[in-house]
Design a binder for this molecule. Structure first.
Ligand code: P6P
Length: 336
């Protein structure tokens, strides 16, 4: 079969379903092109002089890697001139970045984690970019952080790229999840899988076990039952994976099922969790739900969380539907 490029896919989706207006198609293509440049920089490793710390910290108070800063700049430069965005927001910037007056403004807001899992860069483990697309509220020409604070159900599109053995773009526009693989010779993303589906059951879980003593009771119970395996109440053995790069862990789940958990724990309860709502939990939750999975804080559907801050954090439990529902049922039981 002739390879279907990202551009052809977007045009044919628009022709068949009419849900991708030209400026949204431009947005997706521009973000994909920026991710190709990020993939190139990440792939150079030590040869590109971009490993190690940038000597600065971000709004999270985390040391920024040179590649964090570079990836953020690549996405800003790629998206400023197109006329499709009203503003951008990023994990690496305290406040939203407005489109300079010399460029036209568009109807969308783009919020992203330019390089997620960056603690893994220096040890050559897969990292990725996560992005979410929202509509700019009507009549707003100078959006501020408040205009980004929309629940995840309002997302128009969401996606991630994984910079791994191959560079993949996984994308949803609200009608299924599709995977594109970067053909480095062509220099373009080629459709390699339509309609990814997450199996409703799984035997594989992903969590940072070193936090076990800090978890809430429902998560303690859920994980202990899996570790007990066939001798325990679940009556079967489970397997564990933890890459500590959300994009890599979630992509494995998108591909073969599983459950990913970064639950509330005693260390993060003050901030509300570890992972960020607007540019990690929400885009990943839309993708997971669109692929037939579920995504919960343990107490509510992540996509229905009403944001109150741009860099807000939430507990994340997502993946194979039946397992996420079981964890949520343990939280409900504990609440009664
Ligand atoms: P820990 C990476 O820093 C990240 O934000 C996610 O990509 C990843 O899932 C998580 O944090 C890893 O956290 O506590 O295991 O290092």
């Amino acid at each position: 079969m002739k390879p279907v490029s990202l551009t052809r896919f977007l045009i044919e989706e628009q022709r068949d379903k009419g849900q991708i207006p030209p400026d949204l198609r431009l947005l997706i293509e521009v973000v994909a092109r920026a991710c190709k440049a990020i993939s190139l920089a990440v792939g150079k490793g030590a040869l590109g002089g971009v490993l190690g710390n940038a000597g600065s910290t971000n709004v999270q108070g985390e040391a920024q890697k040179k590649l964090d800063v570079l990836s953020n700049e690549i996405l800003l430069d790629a998206n400023e001139w197109g006329g499709h965005l009203a503003a951008l927001a990023s994990e690496e910037m305290d406040d939203p970045h407005l489109i300079p007056h010399r460029y036209p403004k568009g109807n969308y807001l783009l919020v992203f984690d330019p390089l997620d899992g960056s603690s893994n860069i220096d040890v050559n483990i897969s990292v990725g970019t996560i992005f979410s697309v929202l509509r700019c509220p009507d009549g707003v020409t100078e959006p501020n952080a408040g205009h980004f604070l929309q629940p995840g159900t309002e997302q128009v599109a969401a996606g991630y790229t994984v910079y791994g053995p191959s560079t993949l773009l996984v994308l949803t526009l609200g009608d299924g999840v599709h995977q594109f693989t970067l053909d480095r010779e062509l220099g373009s993303f080629v459709l390699t899988q339509r309609d990814l589906r997450i199996p409703e059951d799984t035997s594989e879980f992903a969590i940072n076990m070193s936090n076990q003593r800090h978890w809430e009771t429902p998560v303690q119970r859920y994980v202990q039952e899996m570790v007990a395996g066939r001798e325990g109440p679940r009556g079967r053995d489970f397997n564990m994976r933890w890459v500590a790069s959300m994009v890599a862990d979630v992509h494995r789940i998108m591909t073969r099922g599983g459950i990913f958990m970064y639950p509330l724990d005693a260390k993060t309860v003050e901030q509300g969790g570890k992972l960020r709502l607007m540019y990690e939990a929400n885009p990943m939750s839309l993708l997971v739900e669109q692929a037939g999975g579920a995504a919960s804080t343990g107490r509510q559907r992540i996509l229905e969380v009403t944001p109150n801050a741009l860099h807000q954090r939430v507990p994340v439990i997502m993946g194979s539907r039946h397992e996420v529902e079981l964890v949520a049922s343990y939280h409900a039981e504990a609440a009664r």
